[in-house]
Design a binder for this molecule. Structure first.
Ligand SMILES: Cc1ncc(COP(=O)(O)O)c(C=O)c1O
Length: 504
């Protein structure tokens, strides 16, 4: 262990180990005088502390610096460009954080009587209204806690609708380019998952899809725009075929950021779609906060949506929590309480502050930024599929051929340049994939710096400096983790077959 005192001065703190707070302070030291708490006698039901518990004493600056240094050891959207494709790491406006912390909102308790939380129920209702209007769908289940949770709700709703008509279908079709959560959800919901290959345009192979579609298929789970960053142009034909077969059309709406304000999935024949509020509507993501995955539903599925839901009656807003009290046929409850209320506050704040014209501009700018990167890099980095793309651009490892540098090495080198790597090795339909999603919240200057860096690293790889890449990252508090597991992974070991130019 390094000397704890060293971290309290200068910039070295970021490069060396951060001691535990227990190593920096000691129980006999304190810099804060707290008054004795009033009559603590009975607060532990007569149980008394029998001795000191050994919590370290530290001054306020010591505590603040400890946690600040820890936070700086990680990379976040607030540190720099974070083009993690398929994850939409866009800026979360601070305005929405302020709204979520207003005392009348932040101090609510989910068990309060509904008469005392009319404003909160109105807020859930307003958020639901925006989601329905933007997607052109008549109903929404607000409670799912994330995208994958929304997928489960969607498939459980579909199953309830099928069971209601005495139709026990067993299979769900999932394109090979789907996010891993799609087949996992279908499997967890008890369906047999059947893959549909992508064609050479990176879209669903229509002929293969039609071949697999029959009276045993409960649903197709299609992502649009898909995980190759491409719009599924055949979506109307797919929807018509699914409905003709008596099945339901589940659309994975995680990439709504690319079409919001421009395309309403309801107009495309979608029956059911989850929306990742943490991707399109700027609520905090990943370690930064809980997700939220409301599911919009067609007329055919609306009656089976889970409880709870908000309705406006003559005496104000009501929360329908008991399936037996419902006029519809909800399949049950999927989550405690009423969904991620704090996320509804942020998402509604975002939607209202952007307005419908602002949201339309979001998707326009997200697609423009991705296509700008495509145009700037297409002569340097190999495109997986011919463009234009939607909100993310997909490259493959072709440009690294014969350099000895892998997609993984290249991504690690980006970290030293101050960028979070793009998503690598996903989607699986492309070898050595690099999925870059700039989002609408980045400036041209940031994108230009990224482009220059990508070009400079490519030149370095082609110049044969393999060691530089294999040792990256050098400038992070932790160096590269043991990649031997990855090295055994057949997907990561895959190399494109050598092309015989003469034979071509
Ligand atoms: C296309 C797609 N579907 C589903 C999900 C799952 O969403 P979540 O991570 O909120 O469960 C994601 C997550 O990024 C996604 O990109």
């Amino acid at each position: 262990m390094s000397d704890p005192r060293a971290t309290t001065t200068g910039n070295r703190g970021l490069q060396i180990e951060e001691p535990l707070i227990f190593e920096q302070g000691s129980p006999d030291k304190t810099a804060v005088d707290l008054p004795e708490p009033p009559s603590t006698k009975d607060r532990l039901g007569g149980v008394r502390r029998s001795g000191p518990i050994g919590l370290p004493g530290l001054s306020e600056p010591e505590v603040v610096r400890h946690y600040l240094r820890l936070s700086q050891k990680n990379f976040s959207i607030d540190h720099g460009f974070y083009p993690l494709g398929s994850c939409t790491m866009k800026h979360n406006p601070r305005l929405n954080e302020k709204l979520a912390r207003l005392p009348g909102i932040g101090d609510l308790h989910p068990l309060q009587p509904t008469a005392t939380v009319q404003g909160a129920l109105a807020l859930i209702d307003a958020c639901a209204h925006w989601l329905k209007a933007l997607t052109g769908m008549p109903a929404v289940a607000m409670s799912p806690a994330a995208g994958a949770h929304g997928e489960s709700v969607g498939l459980m709703t579909i199953r309830a609708a099928l069971e209601d008509r005495g139709d026990a279908r067993k299979r769900v079709l999932v394109p090979d380019s789907a996010h891993g959560t799609n087949p996992a959800t279908a499997h967890a919901c008890g369906y047999a998952v059947e893959g549909i290959p992508a064609d050479d345009r990176g879209r669903v192979d229509l002929a293969a899809f039609r071949e697999k579609l029959d009276a045993d298929v409960a649903a197709i789970m299609l992502t649009n725009p898909n995980t190759c960053g491409l719009f599924e142009n055949d979506i109307l034909d797919i929807a018509a075929a699914v409905h003709d077969a008596g099945a339901f059309f589940y659309c994975d709406g995680a990439n709504l950021n690319a079409i919001v304000g421009r395309v309403r999935p309801g107009d495309l024949g979608v029956d059911c779609m989850h929306i990742n509020l943490h991707k399109t509507f700027s609520t905090p993501h990943g370690g930064g906060g809980p997700g939220s995955g409301p599911v919009v539903l067609s007329e055919a599925l609306a009656p089976y949506a889970p409880v709870p839901y908000v309705v406006q009656g003559p005496d104000g807003f009501e929360l329908i929590e008991d399936p037996a009290r419902s006029d519809a046929k909800p399949f049950g409850r999927i989550k405690g309480f009423h969904g991620q209320f704090g996320m509804f506050v942020r998402a509604l704040g975002y939607m209202m502050s952007m307005g419908s014209d602002g949201l339309r501009q979001v998707s326009g700018d997200a697609v423009l930024n991705a296509n700008y990167l495509l145009a700037c890099l297409r002569d340097t980095v190999t495109l997986a599929f011919e463009g234009p793309c939607m909100h993310e651009v997909l490259f493959d490892e072709g440009f690294l051929k014969e350099t000895g540098v892998t997609t993984l090495d290249f991504a690690k080198a980006l970290i030293d340049e101050g960028f979070h790597p793009m998503t690598v090795y996903f989607p699986l339909v492309v070898h050595g994939a690099m999925l870059v999603e700039p989002t609408e919240t980045e400036t041209k200057a940031t994108l230009d710096t990224f482009v220059e860096t990508m070009k400079a690293l490519t030149a370095r790889a082609r110049a044969g400096d393999v060691e530089y890449f294999q040792e990256a990252p050098r400038l992070t508090p932790r160096r590269r983790l043991d990649e031997t597991m990855a090295a055994r992974n057949p997907i990561l070991r895959w190399r494109p077959p050598a092309v015989d130019k003469a034979a071509e």
